[in-house]
Design a protein around this ligand. Structure first.
Ligand code: C5P
Length: 229
């Protein structure tokens, strides 16, 4: 049974400045979402992509992606007011027989196909939850509400976590059901951790960078130009 990938793409992208919803902003002339879905659909182990689109752009997104997915099945649903809700909405569109579900942010348009395959393989080898992670360059400090440092975790033990995150489908369903609709975590592994399941980290990729601020778009353009030679 091929894996399904949920793509939350309903964010406004306010940190990127004024304009269209983030997933529809252009990178090298095409929306971020088109790049992301093209990469996911190119992964041999992926059979279904479910996009959670801005509620007022569901038809627009369906039309935009129709020619991008090839033989991979595509569903487009309306997203919600927060990322977790958008993932919950997309998860409801996954058939019960699908056993592996990935979640990938539309805001990571240049995810390598090899990373998608590595995450699926790690779930299929028995891990209930898998996240790509990369070591940090910066030292990270935890601060209190007044901006005073509370602690400095040892950097060697920290990972910046990316998507796609992969899950045994029943584990992801249970995690979203337990969250009960309120936003309680900024990623899906965070919900699974709350249920006490182990989450395995596999090596992430610099190309899976998240487009959040304007400088990230400049970097993504450079990565793409490098690939195109
Ligand atoms: O806001 P942030 O950059 O962390 O969003 C991560 C992903 O979640 C993006 O792909 C964004 O479109 C998506 N999102 C969503 N629904 C929301 C907010 C964010 O699908 N309400």
């Amino acid at each position: 049974m091929p894996a399904a990938v949920l793509v939350p793409a309903a964010g406004r992208g306010e940190r990127l400045g004024p304009g269209a919803p983030k997933a529809l902003r252009a990178l090298a002339g095409e929306p971020l979402l088109v790049h992301a879905v093209r990469a996911l659909a190119a992964a041999p182990s992926v059979g279904l992509v479910v996009v959670a689109a801005p509620a007022d752009a569901v038809e627009q997104v369906r039309a935009l992606l129709a020619g991008v997915v090839g033989t991979t099945a595509l569903e487009v649903v309306a997203g919600a007011g927060d990322r977790q809700g958008s993932v919950t909405a997309a998860l409801a569109a996954v058939p019960a027989e699908v056993d592996v579900v990935l979640v990938h942010d539309a805001a990571r348009p240049l995810v390598p196909v090899a990373l998608v395959e590595a995450v699926v393989a790690a779930v299929r080898s028995g891990a209930p939850a898998v996240v790509p992670g990369v070591p940090l360059s910066d030292t990270v400090k935890r601060v209190d509400a007044d901006g005073v440092v509370v602690e400095t975790p040892e950097r060697a033990h920290l990972r910046a976590v990316q998507t796609p995150q992969g899950f045994a489908a029943d584990v992801l369903r249970a995690a979203h059901a337990a969250a009960g609709g309120g936003p309680v975590a900024t990623d899906d592994a965070g919900l699974v951790e709350r249920l006490g399941h182990p989450v395995r980290v596999v090596p992430g990729s610099p190309d899976a960078l998240k487009v959040t601020h304007p400088l990230d778009l400049v970097l993504a353009e450079a990565v793409l130009a490098g690939r195109r030679g």
